[in-house]
Ligand binder design. Structure first.
Ligand SMILES: [Zn+2]
Length: 336
């Protein structure tokens, strides 16, 4: 018996659609007799893709157009002035951060112009300073001034993929939520990884040799993200499984700032300086008026000290800006 062929006519292109089996079925509404052939569906699909892509492109350009204005309004000395209104002391840190943020936007501008000649290195920052010295406050005021999303993630809560705990992608997810789930906004925000010293490799000079394979793995996992990559994560509360819908955020233009108290790094710095000069540093007995040893030595920190402390060289290479802060004294606290 011959298979029954039903015919429809496409309401758009008027082509006759022969329906031999379920795979031939067009979009068809039996109530109105309205049908759309596969060709026309494909056309519509293509149309939507093109328009959406164009809209995204336009939005990107919108931000690029704002960049001149942002750069003009946020020259380093103006950022510094603004920070002075809210945070006292830490002059050095404020200057370094102001320049780093300014360069970050300049880099973005050249990126949008596809200007390979003037490509600037990403100015990710590592902040070293005792807890309570104003690291987070500095950064949140900075983000407020620039009107960009800002999210703090505790680096010590992160684990290597496959271990129990939060994957490194959580840092980007937190920023996405800080940006009210606006991917475009999140892609120009600031991620602060607090307690970064807690993920130092345990074989670093400052730590005992207790086995702790996870920390180096977390640092490795953070590498690509710091440099710029598309990070994929599931929505909050969504269990991770292969079919779970994901959100993608490109970290290319996200400014990463990592920070921590780095307790004991002053000893690493002191040792290096002593070796170099054969004058004992930090060996002096601390008098009542003297600065704590940390404050005395922290501004002399070098990448090799961070390596000695247990931060892997690849990470140090992606944190070109070192920002050091001193202990806030009581007077400073009273004024704030
Ligand atoms: Zn058609």
């Amino acid at each position: 018996m011959a298979k029954q062929v039903i015919q429809h006519q496409c309401s758009f292109c008027k082509r006759v659609i022969n329906v031999r089996d379920q795979y031939d079925l067009p979009i068809y509404d039996p109530n109105t007799g309205f049908a759309i052939c596969k060709n026309c569906v494909r056309e519509v699909n293509h149309f939507l893709d093109e328009h959406e892509a164009a809209a995204v492109q336009e939005e990107k350009h919108e931000f690029a157009d704002q960049l001149d204005d942002i750069l003009d309004k946020n020259k380093p000395h103006l950022i510094k002035q603004y920070l002075d209104e809210y945070i006292i002391n830490q002059d050095r840190a404020k200057k370094i951060l102001s320049v780093a943020v300014y360069n970050h936007y300049k880099r973005m501008k050249y990126g949008y112009q596809n200007d390979a000649e003037t490509e600037i290195e990403k100015s990710n920052v590592i902040m070293l300073g005792p807890s309570g010295c104003g690291k987070t406050a500095l950064l949140s005021h900075l983000a407020k001034l620039l009107d960009i999303p800002f999210a703090v993630t505790d680096a010590s809560s992160l684990t290597e993929a496959g271990f129990v705990g939060a994957d490194v992608e959580v840092a980007v997810r937190n920023l996405y939520y800080a940006a009210d789930k606006d991917v475009e906004k999140a892609e120009h925000g600031i991620i602060y990884l607090d307690e970064f010293d807690k993920i130092a490799r345990k074989s670093g000079a400052n730590n005992s040799i207790t086995a702790d394979p996870g920390h180096e793995g977390v640092q490795q996992a953070l590498l690509k993200m710091l440099e710029g990559s598309v990070v994929e994560f599931t929505a909050r509360g969504q269990r991770k499984h292969p079919e779970a819908p994901t959100i993608k955020v490109d970290t290319k233009n996200i400014l990463f700032i990592v920070g921590g108290a780095f307790v004991g790094i002053e000893d690493v710095i002191g040792k290096r300086l002593s070796k170099a000069s054969s004058i004992g540093f930090g060996a002096t007995v601390q008098g009542a008026d003297e600065k704590p040893k940390f404050d005395e030595l922290i501004h002399k920190v070098r990448p090799e000290d961070l390596m000695q402390y247990g931060i892997i060289p690849e990470i140090i290479g992606r944190l070109p800006v070192i920002c050091t802060l001193e202990t806030l004294d009581e007077d400073a606290l009273l004024r704030s």
